[in-house]
Design a protein around this ligand. Structure first.
Ligand SMILES: Cc1cc2nc3c(=O)[nH]c(=O)nc-3n(C[C@H](O)[C@H](O)[C@H](O)COP(=O)(O)O)c2cc1C
Length: 169
């Protein structure tokens, strides 16, 4: 898909709803077996520390978590509706159990700035460099939210990434 390089404020897609419509988080090197990707439904875009920032929430037991910990950067991509099945697969299978990116039919391509790949089929690519990250702690979560969202105490790690490049179709 042909994409243009733009600044964050020029994104056409609805940034308030795009995570709910599913996106793909990818971390690692752009070589077979050297990166992993998973579907994400929670996240934010905004500004902090004078920079455009993307935030993603990753549970520790995801295989992608291991790549997020080792890498200095990541990409967040969205796709046209016809790739819903691919995103469903990437959000229900683990990269620990096989090459699910190959199985999804998506085509990894080199990003412009970061080491993590983007995808030929993506209609929006956010290239991010890890800036600030922390583990959510039970004492910092309202009791009701612990009960409702984290009954298994499997708190997320939050990654704030500086958005260093944006492309949109
Ligand atoms: C629609 C959807 C949204 C998801 N959002 C998140 C998320 O924001 N954070 C997270 O840790 N897991 C999320 N998941 C779960 C992971 O995508 C899923 O566990 C995946 O299989 C992990 O793959 P991995 O083990 O290869 O990293 C989501 C799954 C789906 C289907």
């Amino acid at each position: 898909m042909e994409r243009k390089s733009i600044t964050l404020d020029k994104i056409q897609k609805n940034t308030a709803t795009m995570f709910q419509n599913w996106m793909l988080l990818t971390a690692g090197e752009n070589a077979p077996g050297k990166f992993n990707a998973m579907t994400i439904g929670w996240g934010f875009l905004g500004f902090a520390w004078g920079k455009p920032i993307a935030v993603t929430l990753v549970r520790h037991h995801r295989y992608t978590f291991e790549f997020m910990e080792r890498a200095e950067d990541f990409t967040i991509c969205s796709f046209p509706p016809q790739y819903r099945d691919a995103l469903n697969l990437l959000g229900t299978k683990s990269g620990r159990d096989g090459d699910k990116v190959a199985a999804s039919g998506l085509t990894p391509v080199a990003s412009k700035i970061v080491r993590a790949p983007a995808y030929a089929e993506a209609d929006l690519v956010l290239e991010c460099k890890k800036a600030h990250f922390y583990d959510m702690r039970e004492q910092d979560v309202a009791a009701k939210w612990v009960l409702d969202v984290y009954p298994g105490r499997d708190f997320h790690k939050m990654y704030f990434g500086e958005i260093v490049h944006v492309e949109e179709a």
